[in-house]
Design a protein around this ligand. Structure first.
Ligand code: NA7
Length: 893
């Protein structure tokens, strides 16, 4: 429907007390999301009523009028994009617009699409009940008619329910009290006043410099120091503007598929590849850019996912704070130490740190002197009493769930209350819907990328998705849509998997519910990124509304149940990237072609991390010298030695090809890893690789001291065909009188020549290692007559009296079942064996170090197992990540 026609259409309104207003859709909230919903729903031909507590449009920008309130995503990106004409009709005056300008924008939008006539301002929903008989939501309001609607959509925002002050005595205070989230429209004059600001989140950090300029004295009460970056506000930077103007549509599209909703590329260089000087240069550039998304994503690839890579940034910011704040003690109090950079929402500031050099500003560190009470005249801490005329609470919000759950009761099917269902944390499907609450939708609900993204982009995606679904439902005769329990449980699992990917879980923040006493803890926003989230939502539709039950009066019920994402989130990304690359089938390339291809392919992966020393040399194989690569830990030796066999189907790979994994094993286990370049087929077919494995292990054991290793038993490890060689070596060593092997680490091992196990059928294609590729490997390596030889199929050998084993298998791997069978066979034969069945992983996951981050916990366990085999304490040392409390996603169960 053209916009002009939309503007002319009116919803059915009987807006007087005592009658019930009928509408297809009721929307709560007339902010960024509510306004677009109204426009889009009208355009799709739905009658709509919007209920808004405020007196006008704007949502959070209506309420947050405190001094200095501004956007912290560049406003060029924080705009509607659904209508290119609207996009052209409005130009922002600043890089970060002020609250009044943003509010003018919403008024402009409301006028342009004639939105106000369907918005009931000054009205709150008091209760929302699902009526199973009519298949409609019944809403009670505090002002005017109740509402009956088919669909109920919460566009209530993530940060709209202010948090109570939680400090005793507020009522006793005789001076003025203001909340940044409910600021008076007439403004506040602080001239000559003694002022206290409690809270140093974005609202505090934006307002403190301006309040300090006016006030006689300002006392800032800080509980947790926050990272703040200078905004360097002004006109939109030329580089951004030029990029945008060159192709607006492409710019917007790039934002939609990016990770944070702002068009920045994925940074590829990892921190340890950069020198100190290079890292500093990148940091200085980001500091000067004054752009949160830039500094949060563009420094180095590991900054948001790795504790050590992240800690480098914290240190650089501490230097900046110390350079500005003259008093070293104040600078130290202002420097965050308790959370990784970005795990708590960082702030953009204008003169924030400089403000603490003013003689009229005092910083009170509540970690050292908590507030005891607020009295008639001011604030009393453990150490002092501060008399003030005004208290400003910049204490934040009951984020993400507050406005949905706490503001009014919502009752779904069978009288279930949303507050009860969410008592242990929010549970949703896609962050948009909740099982048991048919036809209820949330825009930027918990479980969506929302606050971890450019809200503008996420809101438009959610609105488009929901409205398009409603239109499609109507077209097909369905009137009810409801998430299934299975789909919702799957989403909770996926959310929990995603939250292991980033560092958000390592901070106590409003992202995790930690800022509200008694609130269930867990990472609430979706941490998997905007683009991946969008593709998942699209996949749900593409797979026949997967995970939704659809019903209607004259159609058969439809329910295509299931979990939309079963892969680990980063594995899904990797497979998506590989699919886009349109790679050739490896088995079609011939042996040499496959080798060249893999060598090229490996060049694109992140360089492995530094270890104490890397050396190379030659050892004696079964039929001549073989190259090896040795990784030595930085700690003083002698260390136990792990003999490592690379993967590659006995056809490709070499002593260097699993380099990042070898480095990782070396670092995490604190042992020497010697990676052996054994001979390959077709030049050297079975049993060359197996015999080389055995000979190399014997040679290394005999030369342990020369290699700087601990004399005595060695350990063996391998991945895929390399794991086959490792365990065959153990069998041969037992049968041929040595060497002594203290333990074996088998990662996704090939253990048998049969292809009829279920995992071969389940994972035949689509997970990188295919069934066809395994056929090819076997054909090249070993003639059918030889394949049952235990040196090729160790599962067929004698499994008794072998060294203790750690066997890791991956869910989406053709080799999964033979690996599990091998572990079970070892256990049955009396061999101590630990099994790790990695959920959501593929054959290559566990060796894709610094790419598949969700494989870290498996890599830690593997290293611990090796240490255990060597008689060392299983834990090497507590890493920063281990030492920091982890907020567990309660919703994930
Ligand atoms: P935030 O970011 O939640 O900040 C609230 C601040 O108030 C934060 O420093 C809190 O410390 C502090 N706070 C909260 N309760 C108390 C009590 N009881 N005593 C002392 N200090 C307290 O809210 P904002 O409004 O600043 O920003 C919200 C978002 O809006 C922001 O992230 C941007 O996305 C825009 P704590 O850190 O909890 O120790």
């Amino acid at each position: 429907m053209p916009d002009a026609a939309v503007a002319a259409r009116s919803s059915e309104k009987t807006n007087s007390a005592g009658t019930t207003q009928q509408a297809d859709v009721a929307v709560v909230g007339a902010g960024f999301a509510g306004l677009y919903l109204l426009h889009k729903l009208r355009k799709a031909g739905f009658s709509v009523v919007v209920i808004e507590e405020a007196g006008d449009v704007g949502g959070t920008w209506y309420w947050n009028r405190y001094p200095g309130a501004r956007c912290d995503i560049q406003t060029i990106d924080y705009s509607y994009t659904f209508d290119p004409e609207l996009d052209r009709a409005w130009t922002w005056s600043e890089k970060y617009a002020t609250q009044p300008e943003i509010l003018r924008y919403f008024n402009f939008v409301a006028d342009r699409y004639d939105l106000r006539r369907d918005i009931r301002f000054g009205t709150k929903v008091k209760a929302a009940n699902w009526d199973d008989t009519s298949g409609r939501w019944q809403l009670l309001t505090d002002n005017g008619a109740s509402i009956s609607c088919r669909y109920y959509i919460m566009a209530t925002g993530c940060l709209s329910a202010p948090k109570p002050p939680e400090i005793e005595g507020v009522k006793d205070f005789k001076g003025a009290v203001y909340f940044t989230g409910r600021w008076p429209h007439h403004g506040v004059d602080f001239t000559g006043k003694r002022v206290a600001v409690i809270g140093t989140g974005s609202s505090g950090i934006q307002s403190i410099p301006l309040i300090a300029e006016q006030a006689a004295h300002l006392a800032v009460f800080q509980r947790t120091p926050n990272f703040a970056l200078p905004a360097h506000n002004g006109p939109t930077p030329d580089d951004r503007k030029t990029y945008f103007e060159a192709d607006r549509a492409a710019y917007r599209e790039q934002a939609r598929w990016s990770l944070a909703g702002v068009p920045y590329p994925q940074e590829m260089a990892v921190s340890w590849q950069l020198s100190d000087a290079e890292r500093r240069e990148r940091f200085e550039k980001a500091w000067a850019a004054g752009d949160l998304v830039h500094i949060l994503t563009q420094l180095w690839a590991d900054q948001a996912v790795d504790f050590d890579g992240n800690a480098l940034i914290g240190k650089l910011i501490h230097e900046k704070i110390s350079a500005v704040v003259k008093d070293p003690e104040t600078a130290a109090i202002l420097s965050p130490h308790d959370h990784p950079f970005g795990a708590k929402r960082p702030c953009l500031d204008t003169n924030y740190y400089k403000t603490y050099n003013r003689p009229n500003v005092t910083l009170v560190n509540l970690r050292q002197e908590p507030i005891k009470a607020i009295t008639a005249s001011g604030i009393v801490t453990d150490k002092r009493s501060v008399d003030v005329d005004v208290i400003v609470f910049a204490t934040g919000f009951d984020a993400m769930t507050g406005a949905i759950m706490a503001v009014h009761p919502i009752t779904g099917r069978a009288g279930k209350s949303l507050s009860n269902v969410w008592a242990n944390g929010p549970q949703t499907y896609l962050g948009l819907t909740v099982a048991g609450f048919p036809n209820l939708f949330m825009i930027t609900g918990p479980g969506s990328p929302s606050v971890l993204s450019n809200m503008a982009v996420s809101i438009e995606q959610h609105v488009d998705w929901v409205v398009d679904r409603l239109a499609a439902l109507r077209e097909a005769g369905f009137t009810t849509m409801e998430a299934t329990e299975a789909a919702q449980a799957g989403w909770s699992q996926h959310m929990a998997d995603c939250s292991t990917l980033t560092l958000h879980r390592l901070a106590n923040t409003w992202y995790t519910g930690a800022n509200v006493p008694g609130k269930a803890q867990g990472v609430m926003p979706y941490t998997g990124g905007v683009g991946p989230y969008r593709s998942i939502c699209n996949e749900v539709v593409g797979r026949g509304m997967l995970g939704f039950r659809l019903s209607g009066p004259n159609v058969a019920e439809q329910c295509n149940d299931g979990e939309v994402v079963r892969l680990q989130p980063d594995v899904r990304l990797v497979l998506g990237m590989l699919a886009e690359m349109n790679l050739p089938q490896i088995e079609s390339l011939g042996a040499q072609g496959a080798r060249d291809f893999i060598t090229e392919f490996n060049k694109g992966r992140p360089a492995g991390r530094p270890v104490g020393e890397v050396g190379s040399g030659a050892l004696q194989g079964a039929d001549g010298p073989l190259p090896y690569r040795l990784y030595r830990p930085a700690t003083p030796g002698p260390h136990p030695i792990v003999v490592y066999f690379h993967g590659g189907g006995w056809v490709f790979g070499d002593e260097l090809s699993d380099d990042p994994f070898c480095r990782d094993l070396c670092r995490r286990s604190g042992m020497i890893v010697v990676s052996v370049g054994y001979r390959h087929a077709p030049e050297h077919r079975f049993p060359a690789a197996a015999e080389d494995g055995y000979a190399a292990t014997r040679w290394i054991a005999e030369h342990a001291a020369e290699l700087g290793g601990r004399p005595g038993p060695v350990l063996v490890a391998g991945w895929s065909a390399g794991a086959n060689i490792a365990t065959v070596t153990c069998q041969l060593a037992r049968d041929r009188g040595g060497p002594q092997i203290a333990g074996q680490l088998l990662v996704c091992p090939v253990t048998d020549c049969r292809f009829d196990r279920q995992s071969y059928a389940d994972n035949a294609v689509g997970y990188f290692l295919t069934r066809a590729l395994m056929f090819w490997f076997w054909d090249i390596y070993c003639s059918p007559a030889d394949r049952t030889d235990p040196r090729a199929s160790p599962l067929r050998g004698n499994l008794a009296n072998l060294p203790p084993a750690f066997v890791a298998t991956c869910e989406f791997d053709p080799l999964r079942d033979e690996g599990i069978e091998y572990a079970e066979g070892l256990a049955t034969a009396g061999v101590p064996v630990e099994q790790l069945q990695a959920r959501g992983h593929i054959h290559s996951s566990l060796v894709m170090v610094d790419v598949v981050i969700t494989g870290v916990s498996a890599r830690v366990k593997m290293a611990e197992a090796l240490r255990g085999f060597a008689g060392l304490p299983r834990k090497l040392e507590a890493s920063g990540e281990d030492a920091t409390p982890i907020a567990v996603n309660a919703a994930a169960g």
